[in-house]
Design a protein around this ligand. Sequence first.
Ligand SMILES: *[C@@H]1O[C@H](CO)[C@@H](O)[C@H](O)[C@H]1NC(C)=O
Ligand SMILES: *[C@@H]1O[C@H](CO)[C@@H](O)[C@H](O)[C@H]1NC(C)=O
Ligand SMILES: [Zn+2]
Length: 349
Amino acid sequence: MTDNLETLYFFLFFLVNKVEYDYFQYHPMEEISSWMSQMAKQYPDVVAIVDYGKSYENRTISLMRIGLKSDTKKKAIWMDCGIHAREWIAPAFCQYFVRQILQTYKTDAKMEAMMTNMDFYITPVLNVDGYMFSWKNSSTRLWRKNRSPGPSGDCYGTDLNRNFDANWGTIGVSSDCNSDIYPGRGPISEPEAQAVTYFVGSRKEDFLCFLTIHSYGQLLLIPYGHPDFTASNYNELMKVGEEAAEAILKVHGKKYRVGTSPAVLYPNSGSSRDWARMQDIPLTFTFELRDNGTYGFELPQEEIQPTCEEAYSGALHIITYAHDKTFNGAAATAAALWTTLLALGVHLM
Ligand SMILES: *[C@@H]1O[C@H](CO)[C@@H](O)[C@H](O)[C@H]1NC(C)=O
Ligand SMILES: *[C@@H]1O[C@H](CO)[C@@H](O)[C@H](O)[C@H]1NC(C)=O
Ligand SMILES: [Zn+2]
């Protein structure tokens, strides 16, 4: 009896300690950070944490580099979440995305090929200070910007998605530092925008795809935010975006609209998406996740799962397109088949 109780006790202890991370609730920064380290421990050959900047308040900005070892030079996919503090569904999506690709590659030859040919660079929370501020209390819940003081010192925050060096300060901004769309003192004046600019800029020829995740509105936005400029591959971006929206619709029936910011939302300048496209990264998109205005930034936790499932499908479409365009689809399939045959051969012998 005592033995049985002891066994039961240890079993329960094991259960409590092994309890799976809940991807379908919102997590404060500390929990996201420890989840990141946990994933790196659990997948040491596949996941690496890279610190690539400091926030205004001196917190570390980190990304997860995810990929399989390869002897040849790899291409790369960028994804950042949480550049706007209050858009809590975005960090939740980055975490879900990481979980999905890590669960998929072992059984899915296509994902295995993509993770061999490309590294995923995923930042779960880019605006760390702002995200923590939005968790502080109900009066700061809807904070959007970072936490650097303005020129006069009596107002706070720069809109990081107006701070990039892409037609900076020309449209869709306000010079009032109290405004939610204050673009900062100059292009990349903010350490968080500098971190992305220097990291991506130093290897921009590697990146096939740049996805930046926001909410809300159910939109897939393509460059450019300034109505006077058109991306040289506008037609390709629209086509891939429409296909991604189609993939999203199939999952839970949610409609996402596709277009440039001025066409479907409002004109803007200084966005990271536009900056990335100006660096010649071909496939750059802003995702505006659920909802369409009922709850806005305060999306109920029950909607995390369906939102992540549909957005995963859309993101995967874009990433697969980027991959197949660079790595001949037939060759990748042949390689996967060869791996399977080799594995079979070893097994039969
Ligand atoms: C950040 O660290 C630097 C260098 O240690 C220091 O000068 C600065 O005051 C710190 N900033 C904040 C907001 O704590
Ligand atoms: C927003 O989405 C809900 C649920 O899908 C739908 O009932 C409603 O009509 C939508 N509203 C707008 C303005 O699109
Ligand atoms: Zn946003």
